[in-house]
Ligand binder design. Structure first.
Ligand SMILES: *[C@@H]1O[C@H](CO)[C@@H](O)[C@H](O)[C@H]1NC(C)=O
Ligand SMILES: *[C@@H]1O[C@H](CO)[C@@H](O)[C@H](O)[C@H]1NC(C)=O
Ligand SMILES: *[C@@H]1O[C@H](CO)[C@@H](O)[C@H](O)[C@H]1NC(C)=O
Ligand SMILES: *[C@@H]1O[C@H](CO)[C@@H](O)[C@H](O)[C@H]1NC(C)=O
Ligand SMILES: *[C@@H]1O[C@H](CO)[C@@H](O)[C@H](O)[C@H]1NC(C)=O
Ligand SMILES: *[C@@H]1O[C@H](CO)[C@@H](O)[C@H](O)[C@H]1NC(C)=O
Length: 225
């Protein structure tokens, strides 16, 4: 009995100690207003990374994210890759999304490439950091268009920009009341080129401390307002 009492008492202490401090935060408004997360730090060194923005808003059925990559020179993708292919091996912009306040072990991964190909999966990451000895899995959304996902991509090679606006159905997150709901998210961009592939330069809104995006304690704090 004594052991049991001690272990129950220790739970809140462990929980309170697990969160990283100084995580970025974002207040996401209803569309058409927008809130913008800035991706301008490299992973893991936090050096200057080409400016990238993720601008978010929501309505009653969808989360809209407009990704904008500046200083893009490569527009590098593999034209053979289609929906849910390994587009993350080349250039992508990504959102990791979780409804809740804790460091998640399951979360949603959305990616888009300069060829307007999307990747959408639920990630299973019980170690929260993709530890080498722990399971790690993906469950793909096999019918994204039928489920309410949408994407639109515009490349402007003269301006050096790549813009992708995507819609993600909110029903996959089971949110009872959108206004005031609290989330954990991170946003990323990968850069590579024919001469540097398969090496990549990585950037994040909330930079992780290793070349690994799958570290949920780093997800920033997001509120729908
Ligand atoms: C990166 O973005 C943040 C947030 O917008 C901004 O405060 C910071 O000045 C930017 N850093 C650089 C080096 O531009
Ligand atoms: C992006 O391009 C602008 C000019 O187009 C340049 O001033 C800036 O240094 C570039 N930034 C990065 C991080 O490459
Ligand atoms: C929410 O946004 C989606 C994507 O733009 C759109 O299809 C849907 O009609 C919008 N819903 C409402 C209630 O405005
Ligand atoms: C794309 O597929 C074709 C046909 O299988 C193959 O020859 C080509 O090497 C592939 N390209 C890339 C970049 O993987
Ligand atoms: C991009 O893909 C979506 C489907 O995900 C499609 O509706 C859209 O027309 C495509 N093309 C462009 C240029 O965005
Ligand atoms: C990729 O990075 C490794 C380690 O820094 C380096 O040895 C290799 O030459 C790089 N490959 C390319 C294609 O740049």
């Amino acid at each position: 009995m004594r052991m049991q009492q001690l272990s129950i008492l220790s739970i809140p202490v462990i929980a309170a100690a697990s969160g990283l401090t100084d995580l970025p935060s974002l207040q996401v408004p209803e569309c058409p207003d927008l809130a913008t997360a800035t991706i301008n730090q490299s992973v893991p060194d936090r050096t200057l990374f080409p400016l990238t923005t993720a601008s978010l808003c929501y309505n009653e059925s969808s989360l809209q994210i407009t990704f904008k990559a500046y200083n893009e020179t490569n527009y590098y993708y593999n034209a053979n890759q289609t929906t849910n292919g390994d587009i993350w091996e080349y250039e992508v912009m990504e959102a990791f999304l979780y409804h809740g306040q804790n460091d998640p072990t399951t979360y949603f991964e959305f990616e888009v490439n300069p060829n307007n190909v999307t990747y959408q999966a639920v990630v299973y990451n019980p170690s929260k950091v993709r530890a080498t000895d722990a399971p790690f899995d993906h469950f793909f959304v096999t019918e994204p268009a039928a489920d309410g996902f949408a994407a639109k991509t515009t490349l402007d090679k003269h301006a050096g920009t790549w813009i992708s606006t995507v819609h993600i159905p909110l029903a996959i997150f089971d949110v009872a009341e959108l206004q005031g709901s609290q989330w954990r998210m991170n946003f990323f961009r990968t850069i590579t080129s024919p001469s540097t592939y398969p090496n990549q330069t990585l950037g994040a809104w909330s930079p992780t401390d290793e070349a690994n995006f799958h570290m949920s304690p780093y997800f920033g704090k997001v509120t729908f307002v």
